[in-house]
Design a protein around this ligand. Structure first.
Ligand SMILES: [Zn+2]
Length: 77
């Protein structure tokens, strides 16, 4: 019986757009059709969106933390 190494779901980061791509694909499906400039713009846009999402999540964590503290205070008073 021949055992072949099976790699399921392995991925790597594209050096142009920094998105995850399947290891078995030679070209990135996100940016292979873009020029270098367009790929850099895509990368900058994705970074910007990521920052917006993270800052939104941070605000929600702070709100949830404050509500939790208030709930604990109200429960023990
Ligand atoms: Zn890419």
């Amino acid at each position: 019986m021949l055992l072949l190494p099976i790699r399921i779901g392995s991925s790597r980061k594209c050096r142009r757009c920094e998105l995850q791509i399947n290891d078995q694909k030679a070209a990135c499906p996100h940016c292979h059709h873009l020029s270098e400039d367009e790929a850099m713009q895509l990368k900058a846009l994705l970074k910007q969106e990521s920052k917006v999402v993270h800052s939104g999540l941070r605000k929600w964590f702070i709100v949830i933390f404050i509500l939790s503290v208030l709930l604990v205070l109200v429960t023990f008073i």
